[in-house]
Design a protein around this ligand. Structure first.
Ligand code: CUA
Length: 349
């Protein structure tokens, strides 16, 4: 095996440097401890070996300073690594508030990416350098894993739910994207490229193509095409909840529980509407869309619902041109500012 390959991965994201540093400190610490134990073991075997046949060993018990030392020192060292590792883990798991949201769907055997501006890509992902990008991931079939070695990020992609990952590229370039979960015959071919571009170049790339309009406008098209608009009204109370300014709010359910209206809640309510009935509304009114919509269409619809506002922290509708005017209040849905999910940056760039 080519040893250079082991060390030649580019480190091109905002967390990559610290991940590498952490890794090498961990290697050094474990290596030092393991070497120390091995040396002491060999030394003891030579120094204290039985010199004649009937020699008896002498037991030394309760040598407190040594016991405290070998418990406390490794404990403190490795707890420090645990604390550092946890902090790093949370940095990697929590997308910054100003992240651009993109969507990726894994499918045997390809990655399908959707940008909020409307671009769609297969096995390619174009991102700007110096901006955090949050990816919402799901799968249409089996478990995949979104792995970008140069960014030091790997996230399982599961059917039936959303997971997220984020990264901020620090250097322009072309980086490998892998599927890191065995997902069938052509798993090894489920690879692609991430193109990290200078912001100006990325803006230029965005303006090429995207003739179909933004992701949320595609979602709006589906909203009418699949008959959602017949019951979900924006101006008056329809048979189903008004979806304006819903994103990020706390919703009171008929069961007495509450739920935050995030992407996963939207997805579940589209595919299995009876799973969570909003307080004051009836069950079995909305048809089940499982099998009617693919994951990309669901993502477009969710993007539309997010564009219906509110923007995080403001309680105001977003600036999307596709959104009807007016603000509906209704049972079950908390008023402005009740809660705010900080990741609804569909329009805000
Ligand atoms: Cu998808 Cu392996």
């Amino acid at each position: 095996m080519n040893i250079r390959l082991l060390f030649s991965f580019a480190a091109a994201s905002s967390v990559a440097g610290e991940v590498d540093f952490f890794f090498w400190i961990m290697v050094a610490l474990c290596g030092t401890v393991a070497t120390g134990i091995a040396i002491f073991l060999i030394y003891s075997a030579i120094r204290f070996h039985r010199k004649h046949g009937n020699e008896m060993g002498s037991q030394i018990r309760n040598y407190i300073p040594a016991e405290i030392a070998w418990i406390a020192i490794p404990f403190l060292l490795f707890m420090a690594m645990f604390a550092w590792g946890s902090k790093l883990y949370f940095d990697i798991e929590r997308p910054p508030n100003n992240a651009i949201t993109m969507y990726a769907v894994g499918k045997q055997w390809m990655w399908k990416v959707q940008h909020p501006e409307g671009q769609r890509e297969i096995n390619e992902l174009h991102i700007p350098v110096g901006r955090p990008v949050k990816l919402t991931l799901t799968s249409e079939d089996v478990i995949h894993s979104f792995f970008v070695p140069a960014f030091r990020t790997k996230q399982d992609v599961l059917p039936g739910r959303y997971t997220t990952t984020w990264f901020e590229a620090t250097q322009p370039g072309k980086y490998h994207l892998f599927c890191a979960e065995y997902c069938g015959t052509k798993h090894s071919g489920m690879i692609g490229w991430i193109y990290a571009m200078p912001p100006a170049e990325y803006q230029r790339w965005l303006t090429e193509g995207a003739a179909e309009g933004s992701l949320s406008s595609r979602g709006e098209k589906f909203f009418h095409q699949f008959g959602c608009a017949n019951c979900h009204h924006f101006y008056d109370q329809g048979r189903c909840p008004n979806l304006r300014n819903l994103y990020g709010r706390t919703v009171q359910l008929a069961s007495g529980e509450t739920v935050v209206a995030d992407e996963s809640y939207f997805r579940e309510s589209i595919l299995d509407p009876n799973a969570k009935i909003v307080y004051g509304f009836q069950s079995n009114i909305m048809p089940n869309f499982t099998g009617q919509l693919n994951e990309e269409q669901v993502i477009a619809l969710i993007s539309f619902l997010k564009a219906l506002g509110p923007q995080p922290g403001t309680g105001q509708p977003s600036s999307s041109g596709t959104v009807p005017k007016g603000y509906g209040t209704q049972p079950g849905i908390a008023g402005p500012g009740a809660t705010s999910n900080s990741n609804s940056q569909v329009q805000e760039r």
